[in-house]
Design a protein around this ligand. Structure first.
Ligand SMILES: [Zn+2]
Length: 390
C-alpha cells in the first residue's frame, strides 16, 4: 500500500513539476507549405478547429497542406477538409510524433508532446507545445551535443532554462514563446542520443539563476574564455554585477584555447589611421603592437584608443583576447579563446565537470553573487507571463 502511495505521489509530482509547457515555433525562418506528421509513440487526439475528429496510435499518419482557404488535413483514410487550427494533442506522457516537411523538403525531426498548427497570412505555423524539461533536453542535445559530463549538462541546462524563462514573450506576436533557431536556442526536436541529458535536467528541474534582486540573470556563455572571462561592460557597454572577469585556468589547454592569424602590416596601419589613430604616422613601426597578458578593454596608442571588441569584430578574429606583433610586412596575431568571453566558458565548465566539480561550483565560478533557486520561488514580477490561446 505504501509502495503504491509512493508511486502515485511520484506520478503526481512529475505532472506537477512539469505542468508548465513551453510553445516553440518549429522550422523558424522557413515557410513550410506541406508536411507529413507521424505518430511514433503513445497516442494522439486530433482536433480540427476545436472539434475532435479522430484519435491515432503509433503508426498513424497525418498530411497537412497549406492552401488558399486554410490547411488541408487528411489522415490515411479520411479528408477532414480545411482548417485554420489543427491540434495534435498527446494523450500519454510518452507520446512522440515526427514531422517531415515536404515543401520545402527539410530534415525529419521527432518531438515530444503536442503539435499545434495554425494559419496566418496564408502561412502555416508549426508549434511544439512541450514539457519544459523535455524541451531543455532537446536544446542541450542540439546546442552542446550528446557527449559531455553530467555536471556540465546540469550547469548548461540551468542557463538554458534561465534564458527561456526570461524570454517567454520573445515571439509573442507570432503566437509562440521561443523559436527553434539560434535566435533563441537551437532546438532540433526530442533528445534521443543520450538519456543522461534528460536525467541531468530532471535532477535540477525548476532551477534558474537570479540576481540579488530576484530577477532572472542574462545567462550568457561562450565557447572558451582563453584563460580569463570578460566583463559584460567590455563587450556590451552596460555594467552587470554578476558578469565580471574571472581568471579561468580551466579553459586553458582546451580545443579552442588558442588561435593564430596573420594580417598585412600595411592593412593594419591603414585600419588604425581610418579609426582615428593619427600617431601611427609619427611613432616607430616596431612599437605598434598589442599585448594582453590580462584582457584589456582598449588598444591604446599615444592618446587614441580603439575597443578590443571592435578590432576583433572588424578583423573577424575568434576573440578579443589576442596579442599582435609586427613581423616584416605582416602582423602576427596570437589569440586566446573563442567567443565574446562573457559568462560561462563551455570548455572551462566541461573541464571543471571532468575534474569532479559540481554544477553549483561551476555556476558560482563563472557568475558572481547569483542565487541558484527554483523559479517558483521567484516573485511573480520576475516571471514572464504568457498565455497562448489557439
Ligand atoms: Zn527566436
Amino acid at each position: 500500500m505504501r509502495r503504491i502511495f509512493t508511486l502515485i505521489w511520484i506520478a503526481i509530482g512529475w505532472i506537477g513539476v512539469n505542468a508548465q509547457p513551453v510553445s516553440v515555433g518549429l522550422f523558424h525562418n522557413q515557410l513550410v507549405n506541406a508536411a507529413v506528421v507521424y505518430c511514433m509513440e503513445g497516442s494522439y487526439q486530433l482536433l480540427v478547429d476545436g472539434s475532435e475528429v479522430t484519435r491515432m496510435d503509433a503508426g498513424g499518419v497525418l498530411y497537412l497542406t497549406q492552401e488558399k482557404n486554410g490547411v488541408k488535413v487528411l489522415d490515411a483514410s479520411t479528408d477532414f477538409g480545411h482548417a485554420s487550427l489543427i491540434e495534435f494533442n498527446a494523450l500519454t506522457l510518452e507520446s512522440v510524433f515526427q514531422i517531415r516537411p515536404m515543401d520545402p523538403e527539410l530534415e525529419t525531426r521527432p518531438y515530444d508532446d503536442d503539435l499545434v498548427v495554425f494559419t496566418s497570412d496564408s502561412c502555416m505555423t508549426l508549434v511544439n507545445r512541450v514539457d519544459f524539461d523535455k524541451y531543455l533536453a532537446g536544446v542541450v542535445e542540439s546546442e552542446v551535443g550528446p557527449k559531455a559530463e553530467t555536471e556540465f549538462y546540469k550547469a548548461q541546462s540551468i542557463l538554458f532554462r534561465t534564458f527561456a524563462m526570461k524570454n517567454l514573450d520573445r515571439h509573442q506576436d507570432e503566437r509562440y514563446s521561443l523559436c527553434d533557431g539560434i535566435h533563441c536556442q537551437s532546438y532540433h526536436g526530442k533528445s534521443r542520443m543520450n538519456p543522461m541529458i534528460l536525467e541531468s535536467i530532471l535532477e535540477t528541474t525548476g532551477l534558474v539563476l537570479a540576481d540579488f534582486n530576484y530577477k532572472l540573470i542574462s545567462a550568457v556563455y561562450h565557447t572558451n574564455s582563453g584563460g580569463q572571462t570578460q566583463r559584460a561592460s567590455s563587450v556590451w557597454m552596460n555594467e552587470v554585477d554578476y558578469l565580471q572577469s574571472v581568471v579561468d585556468p580551466y579553459s586553458l589547454h582546451q580545443p579552442h584555447a588558442k588561435w593564430r592569424d596573420t594580417i598585412s602590416f600595411e592593412d593594419w596601419k591603414n585600419y588604425l589611421l581610418d579609426n582615428g589613430m593619427k600617431s601611427v604616422t609619427k611613432i616607430p613601426e616596431e612599437i605598434i603592437y598589442v599585448e594582453q597578458m590580462r584582457r584589456r578593454e582598449n588598444f591604446i596608442l599615444d592618446k587614441d584608443s580603439i575597443r578590443m571588441t571592435k578590432i576583433s569584430e572588424d578583423w573577424g578574429f575568434e576573440s578579443s583576447f589576442f596579442d599582435m606583433f609586427p613581423d616584416g610586412d605582416s602582423v602576427l596575431v596570437w589569440g586566446k579563446g573563442y567567443g565574446h568571453g562573457v559568462g560561462m566558458s563551455q570548455e572551462g565548465a566541461l573541464k571543471m565537470a571532468r575534474d569532479f566539480f559540481s554544477y553549483q561550483d561551476i555556476l558560482q565560478f563563472y557568475f558572481f553573487d547569483v542565487r541558484l533557486m527554483d523559479f517558483r520561488d521567484l516573485p511573480a514580477s520576475s516571471i514572464t507571463q504568457v498565455d497562448f490561446k489557439y
